[in-house]
Design a binder for this molecule. Structure first.
Ligand SMILES: Cc1ncc(COP(=O)(O)O)c(C=O)c1O
Length: 374
């Protein structure tokens, strides 16, 4: 049997709507993007959403909107996809890592206050694997020090903790619609917030800083525009929005399927004695990916066994501070963030997506069992 690492769940509805856009005149940022932004805000229970070309773009622009620039520091986690800290470097600021919780992989919120300096301009937590960090605690630190929190919610589209959803109480939250995310347009992203001024600024920054995008000029009859701030080229287009729009309606249905699969995996792996991240109470897990933590000595052999038996599996993630660029540029070394390094050495991500069949799930469990015993 072959169980792919990921299979998207796109079909006739998405193809139909993309066809409609392609047969229309207007391909770039326009009414489909506007519609998607409204529907996503409704789903997130926030007031404003901005469609972008990636989560990286959302992170970069929201950091800029928070005033982050050269000479500043941003506190974040070394256990994430490198996009998180790269987006900080893109602004010219320095990523200041704090270690993660040993049993979840999420940034250890208790260590954040100790990392704040006069240069700290933002805190950038990642809701790793789909579990939200303790936002109540983090927001209290943010308020006390007057430092904004920008959430990397690439894994946490569906998540909620203590009644708080991503983007509701922070400066804003960043989402990814990359190829393996729970809704996807191959590449794509969004920023959501309750702050109208921040949303307006991010919208301006997505199109070079121009004061009104083409669709808006057509709508209002404006003939020209000004550029009053330097922006980037990160605007989502109507084709991407058309792929995403039908998926928004299916977010919860597909999440429920992944939740069922995750529960099956957890029950089976508990019996096998396989280590997995602790799950928080009062929390809805986004179920973006499913990690298992195996013995560091056997990790590569286990990964090889899974792959050679047809189970797609990958490592999420290598420790960011140990990448050559980060060592060279900031002087990070082994041993600086031991919990992160331990997880990076033990982690394997196995298939988790709504199209997985029961027999595929059983097969994955069987092969993981053989691999960890062998
Ligand atoms: C935690 C995290 N942050 C950011 C990103 C970047 O997302 P994108 O590829 O949409 O820029 C990813 C992508 O996988 C991610 O996993």
């Amino acid at each position: 049997m072959k169980v792919e690492f990921y299979k998207h769940n796109l079909g006739a509805e998405e193809i139909g709507l993309v066809g409609k856009v392609l047969r229309s005149l207007f391909l770039t940022t326009g009414s489909y993007v506007d519609d998607l932004e409204i529907k996503l805000s409704k789903y997130f229970d926030t007031s404003f959403t901005v469609g972008l070309t990636s989560c990286t773009a959302a992170l970069h622009l929201s950091l800029l909107a928070a005033g982050v620039g050269p000479g500043d520091e941003v506190i974040t986690t070394p256990m994430s996809f490198v996009a998180t800290s790269n987006s900080i470097c893109m602004t010219g600021a320095k990523p200041v890592f704090v270690d993660v919780e040993k049993d979840t992989g999420n940034i250890n919120v208790d260590l954040i206050e100790g990392a704040i300096t006069k240069k700290t301009k933002a805190i950038l937590p990642v809701h790793l694997y789909g579990q939200m960090v303790d936002m109540k605690k983090l927001l209290a630190i943010s308020e006390k020090h007057g430092i904004p929190v920008i959430e990397d919610s690439a894994h946490a589209l569906e998540a909620k903790r203590d009644g708080i959803k991503p983007g509701q109480k922070s400066f804003g939250s960043c989402f990814s619609f990359y190829a393996t995310k729970s809704i996807t347009s191959a590449e794509g992203g969004a920023f959501t917030t309750n702050n109208q001024n921040v949303a307006k600024l991010v919208k301006k920054l997505r199109s070079h800083g121009i004061t009104s995008e083409l669709a808006q000029r057509i709508r209002t009859g404006l003939k020209t525009y000004d550029v009053d701030v330097l922006g980037w080229k990160y605007n989502m287009d109507n084709v991407q929005a058309a792929i995403l729009l039908p998926q928004v309606k299916k977010i919860e249905k597909h999440w429920k399927k992944r939740e069922e699969i995750a529960k099956k995996y957890r029950a089976a792996f508990d019996k096998l004695g396989v280590d997995m991240p602790r799950e928080y109470k009062n929390s809805k897990h986004g179920r973006h990916i499913f990690p298992v933590w195996v013995s560091a000595k056997k990790r590569d052999a286990i990964l090889e066994y899974l792959n050679s038996n047809g189970v797609g599996a990958v490592i999420n993630y290598p420790a960011i501070h140990l990448f050559s660029y980060y060592r060279k540029t900031f002087g990070f070394k082994e041993g600086m963030f031991p919990n992160c390094e331990e997880i990076a050495g033990r982690e394997i991500t196995i298939p988790l997506y709504s199209k997985l069949t029961d027999s595929e799930v059983s097969y994955v469990i069987k092969i993981v069992g053989e691999a960890v015993k062998g």
